[in-house]
Structures are given as structure tokens and as C-alpha cells.
Write a protein that binds this ligand. Structure first.
Ligand code: GDD
Ligand code: MN
Length: 374
């Protein structure tokens, strides 16, 4: 049979869902030449092993096991690029998406009248009742409204994870997709230049069969970052904006620690009485160390989440390098500000120039020296 459709199933810990999912695909796609590409991110539950076992029974099943990588979007993109089928589909492996829609979606694409077919949880005739997650319905609605603003395309469910399109449309722009988070369809809509002729299919979004959802705080954070990137990222790069915001929070932390120490060493609470100057030196030093550590931890979790340092050794090493980087940044900051004051600048604007310069320096250096491949 000629291969007409490649179905991509991104998986992370879906071992218990896979066999029944492939059975359902087999039934739904009777008479159609298809293959399925399971893109598994080395799931600890052994999903990839299960997929290979299934592939030995049915060679239409293929497996792409990614090591040291995570992410639904990038898994979907790589899966779609790994099939030779002229039409590709992406759907969840947890039975929330009904494979029975696939033949009609395929007919729409093969007719040549549509460039994209997708299943919507919020179209006329669709339902999210069985899902049993009214909280997620609300969140999805909000995300969808924002998504429509961003792309300028009015769809009832641009966050859907169930869609189909000609492989060549996807491949032509695959290198421009962000591949971050869960928003793969949105990504395609926002990236492809030609206006797509879209056909919507109402979906009865089911409850997840086995296991649990992987949409967590990180995914939501990545979604927000993606929005920023689309709006302001051209002018102030996302990473630098994050780095700077965290730096500003660091200043608040610094002041709080300083105030605490000043109070403890002679202020209102009077734990002990020290000369003012000693109290200030102790306070300022402690505050700088705490604020810098705070910045290091937050940048490691957020700004460089994709290159996050883990484990005691790498964290200590990273911290030390960050401290070194920041001390150079501080020198740049003080040097520039002092020079400006000397040539007649008012101290406050001079201080701001120094801070911005120091931050750019810290950012440039730490991205290479702390989180880069050195
Ligand atoms: N390879 C890989 N890597 N697959 C992943 C990853 C990952 O990091 N994270 C999730 N998946 C797979 C899951 O195993 C599942 O097959 C599919 O992607 C969807 O993930 P779920 O964790 O079940 O997502 P959900 O049900 O909470 O989210 C649903 O709604 C989103 C929009 O609100 C899905 O339909 C999403 O596709 C949709 O974007
Ligand atoms: Mn799901």
C-alpha cells in the first residue's frame, strides 16, 4: 500500500497508552497507507522499549528516541521531518484525541482545498465535558485568545495539539519554528508566510487514559516567554530581558538584606552595637553575596532553564564563575560611572549608565562562561 499519512505521537511516560493507541489507529485508518512515528524523550517508564516491541510486530510503527532532550513541540517537528509520507499529522498519545477524525482530515488535505486540518476543542459541536478539567478549559480559552491576537488568525483552538498538513509545507519552514513548549500549531500558524486554508474539525476531547499530564509550570512559563519574544524580542532579546529583570529583583534583595543587617547590628532591634561603618561593611558584603546567589539561582532556573546546571559540583562551579563574572561587571560599572562623573555628569544618570553597562557585561560573560559550553 502506498504511504499516504505519517502520524507523529510525541510521548513522555506513555507506556500504558501506546498499544491501545496503535490499535485504534489501525482501526481508524483501515484501507489507508500509514505509519506512526513515536517520538519519545527517553521516558523513564520505558515507553521507547514498548514502542520498539510494538514495531517488531507491526513495521508501520517507528521509533525516534531522543536522549537528553525534552519538549512536545520539538518532538513533533522532528517526528514530522522523519517520515516520508506526503501528509503528516500530530496527536497526543494519551487517547485524548480521537483517531476516528483522521480519515476526514486526510480527505480534506488530499482534496487540495486545504493546507491545514485541525481538531478543535472549542468549535461548534465540540466538547470538553469528558475531559473533566474546567480549570484547564478556562486556561486554554485565555491562551487561545492571546494566541489569536499574536497570529492574527482567528481560530477557535490554536493551542490544539491535533492537526494535519502536507509535509512539504511543514518542512519548508521547519528551521524557523521555535520548537519550544507545547504550542506547536500556534508556532506553525505564526511562522508560515503564505496564508493557510484551514479546515476545523470539532473534537470531543476525552479524558487522559493512563498516566498524567506533562503540562506544568515550565510549559506555561515557556508560553509567556514565547509571547514576549514575539512582541518585544526584536528590540530587547528575551534572555537579556529576563537577566535584567532578575538583576533588578536582586537589587531589592540586596537592600532588604542590608536593612536587616543594619537593624540587627545597632538599629531598632539592637542585637548588638557596632560602629556604623563596621555594620555597613558587614551588611553590604552579606547583601552582595546573597543578592548575587539569588541572581545565580534564578538565572539558572529561568534565563538558562535550557542549559540548567544540576548537581552539587556543577552548581558550586557555576556559582563561583558567576561570582567572578559579576565582580568584573562591577568594575566595569564603577569605572564607567566614575569616568562620567569626572567629565561632569550628574551622579544618578552616571550610576544608571554604569548599571546598564555592568549588566550587559555580566550577561555577555556569564552566558559564555557560566552557562555556555566552555
Ligand atoms: N516527546 C515528548 N516530550 N512528548 C511529550 C512531552 C515531551 O517533553 N511532553 C508531553 N509530551 C506528549 C505526551 O506524552 C502526550 O502524548 C502529548 O505530548 C500531550 O501531552 P499531555 O501532557 O497529555 O498534555 P495535556 O493533555 O496536558 O495538554 C493538552 O492540551 C494542550 C493545550 O491546552 C494536549 O492536547 C496538548 O497537545 C495541547 O497543546
Ligand atoms: Mn493529554
Amino acid at each position: 500500500m502506498t504511504l499516504r499519512l505519517g502520524v507523529v505521537l510525541p510521548t513522555y511516560n506513555e507506556r500504558g497508552n501506546l498499544r491501545s493507541m496503535i490499535d485504534r489507529l489501525d482501526q481508524a485508518l483501515a484501507g489507508i497507507g500509514w505509519e506512526v512515528i513515536v517520538v519519545d524523550d527517553n521516558s523513564p517508564d520505558g515507553t521507547a522499549d514498548e514502542a520498539r516491541a510494538l514495531a517488531r510486530e507491526d513495521s508501520r510503527v517507528r521509533v525516534l528516541q531522543r536522549i537528553g532532550r525534552r519538549g512536545l513541540s520539538s518532538a513533533a517537528i522532528e517526528g514530522m521531518c522523519a517520515t516520508s509520507a506526503p501528509v503528516v499529522a500530530v496527536m497526543d498519545a494519551d487517547h485524548q484525541h480521537d483517531p476516528a477524525l483522521l480519515p476526514d482530515m486526510l480527505a480534506a488535505i488530499e482534496s487540495g482545498n486545504y493546507d491545514l486540518a485541525y481538531a478543535s476543542r472549542f468549535a461548534e459541536g465540540a466538547s470538553t465535558e469528558a475531559w473533566g478539567r474546567p480549570d484547564r478549559v478556562k486556561a486554554s480559552n485565555l491562551a487561545n485568545r492571546i494566541a489569536n491576537k499574536v497570529t492574527g488568525v482567528e481560530l477557535s483552538d490554536p493551542m490544539s495539539g491535533f492537526f494535519m498538513l502536507p509535509a512539504q509545507i511543514l518542512r519548508a519552514d521547519a528551521h524557523r519554528l521555535s520548537g519550544v513548549g507545547f504550542k506547536i500549531l500556534l508556532d506553525i500558524l505564526a511562522t508560515v508566510d503564505q496564508p493557510l486554508r484551514i479546515k476545523e474539525f470539532p473534537l470531543n476531547f476525552a479524558a487522559r487514559a493512563d498516566g498524567e499530564s506533562k503540562l506544568d509550570r515550565t510549559v506555561v512559563f515557556e508560553f509567556l516567554i514565547g509571547l514576549y519574544d514575539k512582541w518585544l524580542g526584536r528590540w530587547i532579546p528575551t534572555r537579556f530581558a529576563l537577566f535584567g529583570t532578575i538583576g533588578a529583583l536582586g537589587v531589592v534583595v540586596h537592600m532588604a538584606v542590608l536593612a536587616l543587617v543594619l537593624n540587627l547590628l545597632g538599629g531598632k532591634f539592637m542585637v548588638a552595637h557596632y560602629p556604623k561603618e563596621v555594620a555597613f561593611i558587614v551588611g553590604q558584603t552579606l547583601a552582595a553575596v546573597v543578592a548575587m546567589t539569588f541572581n545565580f539561582v534564578l538565572n539558572n532556573e529561568l534565563t538558562y532553564a535550557d542549559k540548567r546546571l544540576r548537581g552539587f559540583g556543577p552548581l558550586m562551579m557555576g556559582w563561583a564563575r558567576f561570582a567572578l563574572t559579576c565582580s568584573f561587571g562591577l568594575l566595569a560599572n564603577i569605572g564607567a560611572a566614575t569616568a562620567l562623573v569626572r567629565i561632569g555628569f550628574h551622579p544618578y544618570p552616571a550610576a544608571i549608565v554604569g548599571i546598564v553597562l555592568g549588566s550587559v557585561w555580566n550577561f555577555a560573560l556569564s552566558s559564555k562562561f557560566v552557562w555556555g559550553k566552555y
